[in-house]
Design a protein around this ligand. Structure first.
Ligand code: SF4
Length: 282
């Protein structure tokens, strides 16, 4: 592992949910609809009935079996603890009802900013895009500054514009990583269009090395033993995607939440900073 990758691993805890230091914001602020991912409907701003007074989930160890698979694949990228402990200095919506509505608006914006920071940090860990590191550092600082603004400024932030600006730079990184992957491919990679609807697609053993999978819908697709090295996974829907034996090393913008949503096994090769979900090992 390179020094940069080690740094990425060390910093990644800042971009993982720390529920101990969060007021259960994702379980209150966000809405969800009854589906295979959630057992009942819930409005945004209403506490989930499984949320306890200590902000812990009463079914935390059994979410998948209780019909809450969606909760196991949600990632706040550390926005929960940031909003709870920094933006609101440890003041909870529960004890300060006048703050609740604003806090629930701040949280999803912070989640987006932290997701961007996660990707920027990952890009900064990649040696082959060193030429872009100066620009990446600049956008990192700017994005961090946005997360430190007052709640009132955060709710007025044009997060879409900032995302577009960040996205442009992340795309340049992606192009370099994918081109390098293709260069090393022994056989010609299969062509896949971005944003493709590949629900249930049979892509077993496919060579997709260096593909731009951005926004693709790979729900329940069969990617067993596929070559997914150096792919761009930003925004890919990987619910129940079968990654058994697939190779994903060198891929970028793949998150732990996406991996958790997929199926896999001990033979799946993941980038070093991601861990095997327990349900792959059971
Ligand atoms: S089921 Fe648990 S993790 Fe999911 S929203 Fe409710 S309290 Fe949160």
């Amino acid at each position: 592992m390179s020094v940069e990758l080690e740094n990425h691993s060390q910093n990644k805890q800042d971009f993982q949910a720390d529920c101990e230091n969060c007021f259960g914001l994702c379980c209150v602020a966000l809405p969800y609809a009854r589906s295979s991912d959630f057992a009942f409907n819930k409005d945004g701003g209403t506490a989930c009935r499984n949320l306890q007074t200590d902000y812990r989930c009463s079914i935390h160890t059994n979410l998948r079996n209780k019909g809450f698979k969606g909760c196991t694949v949600y990632e706040c990228f550390g926005a929960g603890q940031k909003v709870s402990q920094m933006t609101y200095s440890g003041n909870s919506w529960r004890d300060n009802s006048e703050l609740a509505e604003e806090m629930f608006r701040v949280f999803p914006i912070m989640q987006q900013l932290h997701e961007m920071l996660y990707y920027i940090k990952e890009a900064l860990s990649i040696e082959e895009v060193r030429l872009l590191h100066k620009e990446l550092k600049q956008v990192l600082v700017e994005t961090e500054q946005l997360t430190e603004m007052s709640p009132n400024s955060i709710v007025r932030l044009d997060v879409s514009s900032h995302r577009a600006y960040v996205s442009e730079l992340l795309s340049k990184v992606s192009e370099i990583v994918r081109a390098n992957g293709k260069k090393h491919s022994q056989t010609k990679a299969m062509k896949i269009d971005r944003m493709s609807n590949l629900i249930g697609a049979n892509l077993r053993d496919a060579n997709l090395r260096g593909s731009n999978l951005r926004g693709a819908i790979l729900i329940a697709a069969d990617l067993r033993n596929a070559d997914l090295r150096n792919c761009d996974f930003i925004g890919v829907d990987m619910r129940d995607t079968n990654l058994g034996g697939a190779r994903l090393t060198g891929s970028i913008y793949l998150t732990q939440a996406q991996v958790n949503a997929a199926k896999g096994d001990r033979n799946t090769k993941l980038p070093g900073h991601l861990r095997f979900p327990q349900h792959w090992l059971d």
